[in-house]
Design a protein around this ligand. Structure first.
Ligand SMILES: Cc1cc2nc3c(=O)[nH]c(=O)nc-3n(C[C@H](O)[C@H](O)[C@H](O)COP(=O)(O)OP(=O)(O)OC[C@H]3O[C@@H](n4cnc5c(N)ncnc54)[C@H](O)[C@@H]3O)c2cc1C
Length: 474
């Protein structure tokens, strides 16, 4: 079928105003935020923008009957090529469907459609003194549908966990167009162990099992107070040792971030006014809760840091907190400054390792950067071992692209070798699918059995999470 015919048939199904036909507009859907999508553009044959469960179901039934791949898409902020149609077919853009259906304050939950932007949801919830704790750096881009599909989190995961901890129920349109509600079809309970946990199965399935059309999210009381501690460490090994001491003192901060010497250098080049000292690591602790406990915990953290750090500052004043946090908030952008003609790329950017291996992984990534002649900036959520690696290259130089692909491959393998994961929060998509068996072993066969049961024709976001053609003996 030609693209024009496909677009016409989709328009007949759900209305021409919900089908994109302009070739220029279609190009927008050929990439996400990953480096892979900059190397290879994947043009969809058609894009639909449904705004009801009925529309989604009609498109899925049609795609199922005609064996057409369908790739769900939210904000397109993913780093893994997850929302691009790497095997062609239809991209289903859920981002315009952004209604907050209901804030059920009495039952501490909210019902939203998939396209609601994370930051907007929290802006709305704050009017009710509530919040949805997972906090991706992409808060102004990521949709709730995309966050559920990727099981996203952020720096507060150390205390609050990931999206999976808040999803109470989902409306899902299955690959054949059938509609199910997980977590109890009329339930408003926040606690239930009834039935198989299909909600958890859907969370993190990256659009490979169905389209999420409504999310029932648990929300929490918004903490009244916050404080930030910054500590400078001349010796890298002292940073994780300090994190451990804080945990052992009975404190669970809402965020614990690290900048290693590469990140400190990048930040100083980008924001010289910060004038960060020449050190091997900076730790930032965020504490939240009620004012008295925040004060107590902050004072205790500062005391613990002083055992090893050369400088420590604790602040609860909003302006001072922003100033202390600035080093961390600019790091991702600052990374490119380590090389005037370079760009920071999103590849090998999200490994996660046990806390006890953080210093080893940082040192070995540095050595790998030297091996491949690539500058690498490291920072991340040390509280849960999630390291963000930012290689800086000239993306137009083929030789450098080839080198960085070898580097990022080694970074992923290193994470698995150290008992970690190839991704702490950004997901697998296309770019990490090849590591599935290495990371999970024969459990991937079980994932495939589930995939085949729900999607026997393999039309839902094919090519993502694992390689269907590979087997456990490969
Ligand atoms: C600057 C920046 C910072 C980031 N920081 C973080 C961070 O701190 N933490 C983090 O976890 N991630 C982060 N990310 C990655 C990304 O923002 C998250 O993975 C986010 O949740 C993706 O949401 P999205 O709406 O953009 O989804 P998309 O990129 O559009 O899609 C992501 C995946 O979800 C699937 N999907 C989307 N909507 C649906 C749906 N309705 N039903 C079924 N499947 C669906 C897609 O098929 C795809 O597989 C960052 C990205 C950027 C660019």
């Amino acid at each position: 079928m030609t693209n024009t015919n496909l677009q016409k048939e989709l328009a007949a199904l759900i209305g021409s105003d919900k089908v994109i036909t302009d070739p220029l507009e279609l190009k927008y859907y050929s990439y996400d935020s990953s480096f892979e999508a900059k190397l290879h553009r994947f043009n969809p044959d058609a894009v639909v923008m449904p705004k009801s469960t009925e529309d989604v179901s009609k498109v899925m039934k049609y795609a199922y009957e005609n064996n057409i791949p369908v790739t769900p898409r939210g904000g397109g902020s993913g780093e893994t090529c997850g929302s691009v149609a790497t095997q062609g077919g239809i991209v289903m853009d859920l981002s315009p469907w952004d209604t907050i259906d209901e804030v059920d304050m009495a039952n501490m939950q909210v019902f939203v459609r998939p396209g609601v932007i994370h930051g907007k949801l929290n802006d709305h919830l704050s009017e009710f003194a509530l919040f949805f704790p997972p906090d991706p750096g992409s808060t102004r881009m990521a949709t709730i549908g995309g966050m559920v599909a990727n099981n996203s989190s952020g720096l507060r995961a150390v205390k609050y966990g990931a999206t999976e901890n808040y999803v109470l129920g989902l409306e899902v349109v299955l690959p054949n167009g059938d509609v199910i509600y997980t977590g109890g079809k009329n339930s408003r309970a926040v606690k239930s162990v009834s039935g198989m946990n299909i909600t958890k199965l859907m969370v993190g399935s990256e659009g490979t099992l169905g389209i999420i059309t409504q999310v029932r999210l648990r929300v929490w009381p918004k903490p009244k107070a916050r404080g930030i501690a910054l500590a400078i460490f001349p010796n890298l090994d002292d940073a994780p040792a300090t994190v451990l001491d804080v945990y052992q003192s009975g404190i669970l901060p809402s965020g614990i971030e690290i900048l290693d010497d590469s990140a400190i250098k990048a930040v100083n080049l980008y924001s010289p006014e910060l004038n960060l000292p020449d050190a091997q690591a900076i730790l930032l602790f965020e504490v939240d809760g009620n004012p008295a406990s925040v004060d107590w915990e902050g004072a205790r953290i500062a005391e613990i840091c002083k055992k090893r750090a050369s400088e420590v500052e604790w602040a609860t004043d909003p302006a001072r907190m922003t100033a202390l946090w600035k080093a961390r908030s600019v790091t991702a952008t600052a990374a490119a400054r380590v090389r005037p003609d370079g760009s920071r790329i999103f590849a090998g950017e999200d490994i996660s390792v046990p806390l006890s291996k953080v210093t080893e992984v940082l040192r070995r990534i540095k050595a790998l950067g030297e091996k491949y002649g690539i500058k690498v900036v490291n920072y991340g959520h040390i509280g849960d071992g999630n390291v963000h690696t930012a290689p800086v290259i000239d993306p137009e130089c083929e030789a450098e692209v080839a080198q960085v692909q070898k580097l990022t491959d080694e970074i992923h393998l290193l994470a698995i070798e150290l008992g970690g994961s190839t991704t702490g929060e950004h997901g697998v998509g296309l770019v990490r699918a090849k590591y599935a068996y290495l990371e999970h072993g024969p459990a991937v066969d079980t994932m495939k059995t589930i995939k085949k049961a729900l999607d026997p024709k393999g039309i839902m976001n094919p090519g993502k999470l694992f390689l269907m053609e590979e087997d456990s003996n490969a």
